[in-house]
Design a protein around this ligand. Structure first.
Ligand code: PEP
Length: 242
């Protein structure tokens, strides 16, 4: 499997941010590595233009969320079919910010993952425990139950992202042993050919150590994906085969 380094831009980026993607490609002297998959999930407003400009340059584009339905009366939402039509190849579902800010639960996340697959997108299904849950020794129970509830029936083309909620945007990361424990646990519940990403304060300075852990098949990167230099550093630290 190739490692997958995915950037989640969240609600950041106006059209001028295209310059950061171009700067990233330029850092590879125009030829992005073919032995690693690079993905950027910009805000929905930028998906079509980024996909048109960069999908053929070795940077795949994804959405950050999708509705469960293909179309209909859902003001403000975007369907997986619309993302695919705009040129997206992936979509993040069940990010902890959606789970917390929009009250999304496992059944909804599963339905979104199924909608993504039906539209030809690869869902990146996010799971992860809160600080309180980790301190109570419940991290594996929480992740296990989120996986049981959130994974779609068909798992041919999915990605799982383990993102401890307390590590997102905080600069904190679990120990390498804790990352290994959770990734081994997830692997035990999924097929060998499904990529399992780690997410939560991945930076150029810690990427190599994290990405070398067994069953860590890439990273989902928030803040550090916004700057070409940082994202380049993380991509460069990723092993080619995982
Ligand atoms: C994320 O939001 O998915 C994330 C991992 O953010 P950060 O890298 O900023 O912690």
């Amino acid at each position: 499997m190739k490692s997958l380094i995915a950037g989640n831009w969240k609600m950041n980026g106006l059209s001028a941010a295209a310059g950061e993607v171009q700067a990233l490609i330029n850092k590879f002297s125009g030829a992005t590595p073919e032995d690693r998959d690079i993905l950027i999930c910009p805000p929905a407003t930028l998906v079509a233009s980024f996909a048109a400009s960069y999908s053929d340059e070795g940077v795949m584009i994804g959405g950050q969320d999708c509705h469960t339905n293909e179309a209909g009366a859902h003001t403000g939402d975007i369907s997986a079919a619309m993302l695919a039509d705009a040129g997206a190849a992936f979509v993040i579902v069940g990010h902890s910010e959606r789970r917390a800010d929009h009250g999304e639960g496992d059944a909804l996340v599963k339905a979104k993952a199924e909608a993504a697959l039906a539209a030809g997108l690869t869902p990146i299904i996010c799971v992860g425990e809160t600080k309180e849950e980790r301190e109570a020794g419940k991290a594996l129970d929480v992740v296990g139950s989120q996986l049981d509830g959130s994974l779609p029936q068909t798992q041919d083309e999915i990605v799982i992202a383990y993102e401890p909620v307390w590590a997102i945007g905080t600069g904190l990361t679990p120990t390498i042993a804790d990352i290994a424990e959770v990734h081994d646990f997830i692997r035990g519940k999924t097929r060998d050919d499904i990529r399992i990403l780690y997410g939560g304060s991945v930076k150029p300075g810690n990427a190599q150590e994290i990405l070398a852990v067994k069953n860590v098949n890439g990273a989902l990167v928030g803040g550090a994906s916004l700057k070409a230099e940082d994202f380049y550093g993380i991509i460069s630290a990723a092993p080619a085969n995982v």
